[in-house]
Write a protein that binds this ligand. Structure first.
Ligand SMILES: C[S@@+](CC[C@H](N)C(=O)[O-])C[C@H]1O[C@@H](n2cnc3c(N)ncnc32)[C@H](O)[C@@H]1O
Length: 268
């Protein structure tokens, strides 16, 4: 790729998704975008870039942006945060909510849905019917939201991290030997597209936001802005949960790390 073409793609991705790439990632860009070039009958990436520069459709821009996302995820990812959700965070949230008896949770970059479904299983296991839970699960990418909504996972996907008793309790095997999430869990979650760079005040307020393993793809300014925007819609004393390799930067006057619960931050 010529350097001006690379710069064009890097800027496009930054503007549309916050993905911060450097020129060293040229191979990654090429390998992800070449199939799109071929599907558009372009003879090479240069021709695709001409198309994007001169006649960009929303569909093509979306396709390019989605192709560059990393959707790695699995049920009960990293284990600990979900144990702590059960033992510390949910009990604390119920104390905070008091007579409200209603908790709202947002899985803010949910990928293929394993994170919100894991959360739903934890809640279901608590068996507290007097409490109402709303789980909103969002992602930038339409393809992962569609898969999440379907709730169908391969043998490989369910084997990664899922305790067998939960598999048997909350899934049923379909004719293709894939595993379908039961409706009792699916009905606990609303899925929709939401770009973290866009305004999300219309989503309402949340007691807990999961924003795991997505900030690592952003630069520091974008990370700080996203966390700031989330702080604005977390209920007083509510929580933000980041991924195991992530930490807040800035925002220290608003969030305090929960002792003994790495990755969880509480709004002051
Ligand atoms: C690595 S997955 C993390 C999934 C899950 N949170 C977990 O920890 O297992 C990152 C997800 O972030 C999404 N993503 C990337 N940029 C985004 C943005 N600007 N707005 C919303 N989602 C975004 C990607 O589409 C991808 O599904």
């Amino acid at each position: 790729m010529r350097s001006d073409e690379l710069d064009f793609i890097i800027k496009l991705l930054m503007d549309r998704s916050g993905l911060a790439l450097t020129a060293e990632k040229e191979y990654l860009i090429e390998s992800r975008l070449l199939p799109i070039a071929r599907a558009q009958a372009c003879k090479d990436l240069s021709e695709l870039i001409v198309l994007l520069r001169t006649r960009p459709t929303e569909a093509l821009l979306t396709e390019v942006t989605e192709a560059m996302t990393t959707n790695e995820t699995y049920f009960f990812r990293d284990g600990k945060p979900f144990e702590q959700l059960k033992t510390t965070i949910l009990p604390q949230l119920r104390v905070n909510a008091g007579i409200r008896r209603n908790l709202r949770i947002w899985s803010a970059a949910c990928s293929n849905g394993q994170e919100p479904y894991t959360t739903a299983m934890i809640i279901r296991e608590e068996n507290l019917p007097e409490w109402k839970y709303e789980i909103l699960a969002t992602d930038l990418a339409d393809k992962v939201i569609k898969k999440s909504q379907q709730g169908i996972y391969s043998q490989f996907e369910v084997q990664r991290g899922m305790p067998i008793q939960f598999l048997l309790k909350y899934f049923k095997q379909n004719e293709e030997s894939n595993w379908q999430i039961k409706d009792e869990l699916r009905s606990m979650i609303q899925f929709r597209i939401q770009n973290l760079l866009k305004d999300y005040n219309s989503l309402g307020r949340f007691d807990l936001i999961f924003c795991r393993n997505v900030l690592i793809y952003f630069n520091d300014a974008t990370k700080a802005k996203v966390i700031e925007n989330m702080c604005n819609i977390i209920q007083p004393k509510g929580f933000l949960c980041l991924g195991s390799t992530e930490a807040i930067i800035g925002n220290k006057e608003r969030l305090v790390e929960v002792e003994g619960c790495r990755g969880f931050y509480q709004l002051r």
